[in-house]
Design a protein around this ligand. Structure first.
Ligand SMILES: NC(=O)c1ccc[n+]([C@@H]2O[C@H](COP(=O)([O-])OP(=O)(O)OC[C@H]3O[C@@H](n4cnc5c(N)ncnc54)[C@H](O)[C@@H]3O)[C@@H](O)[C@H]2O)c1
Length: 339
């Protein structure tokens, strides 16, 4: 089995590659990644020598490069993680989100049609459903919830999902889609909430929290997400959409306080900054379809997952220190200074 993982030098894609190489030792895994600011080849260093693994640098929007990938590697399955993934950046510069997240998906699926595959899997997000009220804990996103996006990021992901279903219906392309809640764990780029707070707290820097920090997210340990995708690839899931979530709703401010507690830092580091434009209030996933159909359940409790994650950032300082010393510094200043 040859599996192409696009965006595999990023956070979830790299964790997925490690999971697949560990659990399916006879599979060949090919990572295809453009290495944008969010992609990091050092993340993949521990598998670079594995004969079952190959890395190819390339852009999913580049038809010629994607054609060459298919001609060389003859993939059976494509798992598309490649995306511009940060909401704040989408508010600053929406066009690259349309290009990568929508056009890149179309280019990949065109190649799937041309060369033939057994499954194209689209890694999507719960953000395609918009948000839920804070005072209605009974309301959850199901696969039937209408797409109702808020940010250029979520609009681009929803557009890609619609194209995936259109290719399935129109051309009979074998596809599946997973819509997951917020992930956390190792190799998470330090612009996102949890790693940002860990790294800042370790430097005794202010912990910038949007608004009053009351926004709620449903956090899932990244390994549980990877296991869910593995199950979808191996199940009778052609044409199906699956929600994946951790049954673990938490307010942003509570996460930040928990990180302070684990690192022995004062909550005085918390600074409230002007809220994100159009900030979604609450996401909450009903994952009962994937549990019923495939037997998937989240395995890592948040208390354990967050301890493991903090420990990982303490033990892998060279990984994130390299990242934050570069271009990221300019981005950080733009986003949080004078806010
Ligand atoms: N992080 C989350 O909590 C979360 C939750 C649900 C869904 N998702 C989805 O999962 C996927 C992966 O998210 P992530 O957090 O790992 O993202 P990430 O930003 O950490 O990684 C994205 C990767 O895609 C690569 N990439 C970007 N543009 C590319 C292009 N044109 N061609 C090839 N490669 C390209 C980058 O180099 C990077 O390695 C995304 O599609 C995202 O929408 C993420």
């Amino acid at each position: 089995m040859n599996i192409v993982v696009t965006g595999g030098a990023g956070f979830i894609g790299s964790n997925f590659i490690f999971h697949m190489l560990k659990t399916h030792k006879d599979y060949r895994i090919i990572c295809f990644d453009k290495l944008t600011y969010a992609g990091n080849l050092s993340t993949l260093s521990k598998v670079m020598e594995n004969p079952q693994f190959a890395f190819i640098r390339g852009d999913i929007c580049d038809r010629k490069a994607v054609d060459e990938l298919f001609q060389k590697e003859h993939p059976d399955i494509i798992v598309n993680f490649a995306a511009e993934s940060h909401v704040d950046r989408s508010i600053e510069q929406p066009d690259i989100f349309l290009q990568t997240n929508v056009m890149g998906t179309v280019v990949l699926m065109d190649a799937c049609r041309k060369y033939g595959i057994t499954r194209y899997h689209q890694v999507s997000t719960d953000e395609v459903y918009g948000d839920l009220p804070l005072d209605r804990p009974d309301m959850l996103f199901t696969e039937q919830t209408p797409l109702h996006t808020s940010s250029p990021y979520s609009a681009s992901k929803a557009s890609a999902d619609l194209m995936v279903m259109a290719y399935h219906r129109t051309y009979g392309l074998p596809v599946s889609i997973s819509r997951c809640s917020n992930n956390y764990g190792p190799y998470h780029f330090p612009e996102k909430l949890i790693p940002l707070m860990i790294v800042n707290a370790l430097h005794d820097k202010p912990l910038p929290v949007y608004g009053e920090g009351l926004n709620v997210r449903d956090w899932l340990y990244v390994e549980d997400h990877c296991k869910a995708i593995d199950m979808i690839l191996h199940g009778q899931c052609n044409g199906e959409v699956y929600n994946i979530g951790g049954h673990n709703e938490m307010k942003n401010i509570d996460i930040v306080k928990l990180i302070c507690k684990h690192l022995g830092k004062s909550e005085d580091l918390i600074t409230y900054v002007t809220d994100r434009k159009g900030h979604d209030l609450r996401y909450a996933i009903d994952p009962s379809k994937i549990t019923r159909d495939l037997g998937w359940c989240p395995e890592t409790k948040f208390e354990d997952g967050i301890k493991k994650t903090i420990q990982w950032y303490l033990e892998h300082q060279e990984w994130w220190r390299d990242i934050i010393s570069g271009e990221y510094q300019n981005y950080y200043k733009k986003m949080y200074e004078n806010r």
